[in-house]
Design a binder for this molecule. Structure first.
Ligand code: 0L1
Ligand code: MG
Length: 262
């Protein structure tokens, strides 16, 4: 690590207040070019600790930049990991207040809830499939706090991978009733199809994203406990939305998820 404890705490406060006040900021590596991956995840952890100290529950973990479409959109080739808090959850069909967001984008995600602890390093697709309790569809609303989306991946990790809101909907299914690779997803905005993909867009199989998360946690001496909700990452590129937009994501065999931006 290259940043000291006080700098990490100050950057966590800076980025979290940008999120909570819907105010954009310049990417933090402009001022801290020596920031490394451990610093970036330490800032994210400090943001999580701030939220938990205020009583917000961490309700899930997210994998980001797991599809080629998203990697290409962002010009990166590795996934990243973050968390979602209770207040970020919006009911299916609900309204999302755009005055609380900076420049939101939506992405359809295949999510899982686990029934057994998963531990890395060495976690693989087979272990993940055996540990999935059920699969459930969601839409993530990402909202980078960085002005004009000018960021690098370390700055994004520190900013909790742009986590902002998420909507779970549709119906849950057992993983063994589905082929997560060929599961089709269609994303619509205002009745027009804006993106479509299959589960294989996520690192070949969404369970690979979960294994990558577990191995990432393992490097930090952490496990993924049973009962964890994991978002495996957008199957398509992220689509910009604004006040007045209606979004609907249709998931093969899993139903649909919708929301309105107000
Ligand atoms: O959920 C994600 O894929 C993270 C995206 C981070 C970059 C962005 O804001 O687009
Ligand atoms: Mg995402």
């Amino acid at each position: 690590m290259n940043l000291d404890k006080n700098t990490i705490a100050a950057l966590a406060e800076h980025l979290e207040s940008a999120e909570l006040n819907a105010r954009d900021v310049t990417k933090i590596t402009d001022d801290y070019p020596a920031m490394d991956w451990d610093d970036a995840y330490a800032i994210q952890e400090a943001i999580r600790a701030r939220k938990e100290a205020r009583g917000n529950k961490t309700v899930g973990l997210k994998c980001g930049l797991t599809s080629r479409a998203k990697m290409k959109q962002m010009g990166v080739d590795v996934p990243c990991f973050g968390f979602v808090s209770d207040y970020m959850s919006v009911a299916d069909g609900g309204d999302i207040d755009t005055t609380k967001l900076i420049h939101p984008k939506v992405e359809a995600e295949i999510c899982v809830v686990t029934k057994a602890e998963l531990k890395g390093p060495g976690c693989h697709v087979g272990a993940v499939l055996a540990a999935i309790d059920f699969v459930i569809p969601a839409v993530e609303i990402i909202d980078s706090r960085y002005r004009d989306f000018k960021f690098d991946l370390k700055s994004v990790v520190a900013d909790n991978t742009s986590a902002s809101r998420f909507v779970i909907g549709g119906r849950s299914r057992n993983a063994d009733e589905l082929d997560l690779r060929t599961l089709g997803v269609v994303l619509e905005k205002n009745g027009q199809i804006v993106a479509m993909a299959a589960g294989a867009a996520v690192l070949g199989h969404p369970a690979v994203a979960v294994a990558a998360l577990v191995n990432h946690l393992g490097q930090r001496g952490q496990v993924l406990p049973a009962g964890s909700f994991v978002m495996t990452g957008g199957v398509t590129e992220a689509i910009a939305v604004a006040k007045g937009d209606n979004v609907l994501a249709r998931f093969q065999d899993l139903g649909s998820v919708s929301m309105r931006f107000v």
